[in-house]
Design a protein around this ligand. Structure first.
Ligand SMILES: [Zn+2]
Ligand SMILES: [Zn+2]
Length: 183
């Protein structure tokens, strides 16, 4: 869904829709595995920078909720997580701030995004908002055993042969050294 400034100039647009699974491409970090519900309102805000210098910003306020899949931080098996968040964003035309010294920023800079041409794609905004709301680290279960650093086997499924043998403190010291070298 695209919000065009020319349309928003006439009236704000309220949206309430459901995007099919996979509609938002999140790259390597996550996958949208369920429908993504999103609702909100888009409108234009005119920034009067001078008598002839009026910048048309797009205000976008809303929320999303959906189901996503991310790799477990230890064993990289996919883990399903529900995510939802609210957003309240300002987008300026990308050419409006080409002169950094002329910037007149009232809101904290981090809240300001930019739109190209004459509009903004809701999907692009959602992609960014979903990525921002992803947890830093997700585990498939609190005690996930992870992958064997030596043979790469998933140790939740079966103990690998690397684990065999007595626990000799000298070997442990070596293992410790190896993991330090690897990391
Ligand atoms: Zn895991
Ligand atoms: Zn192993």
């Amino acid at each position: 869904m695209e919000f065009k400034v020319s349309e928003l100039e006439r009236e704000p647009i309220d949206f309430d829709l459901e995007l099919a699974p996979g509609a938002i491409d999140l790259g390597e970090e996550a996958e949208q595995v369920g429908p993504l519900a999103t609702a909100g309102r888009a409108e234009v805000l005119h920034e009067h920078r001078g008598p002839r210098d009026i910048v048309a910003d797009i205000l976008l306020k809303g929320s999303f909720a959906g189901k996503f899949q991310v790799p477990c931080a230890r064993c990289v098996e996919p883990v399903e997580i529900p995510l939802s968040a609210e957003f309240d964003l300002i987008f300026r035309p990308s050419e409006a701030d080409s002169e950094p010294l002329e910037r007149s920023i009232t809101a904290p800079e981090t809240e300001i995004g930019y739109y190209q041409g004459d509009g903004l794609l809701l999907e692009d905004v959602l992609r960014e908002q979903v990525l921002l709301s992803l947890p830093v680290r997700t585990l498939c279960k609190p005690d996930c055993k992870g992958l064997c650093p030596r043979c790469g086997a998933n140790r939740n499924l079966q103990p690998c042969s690397c684990d065999e043998g007595p626990n000799d403190p000298r070997w442990e010291a070596l293992t410790d050294l190896r993991s330090r070298i690897k990391s």
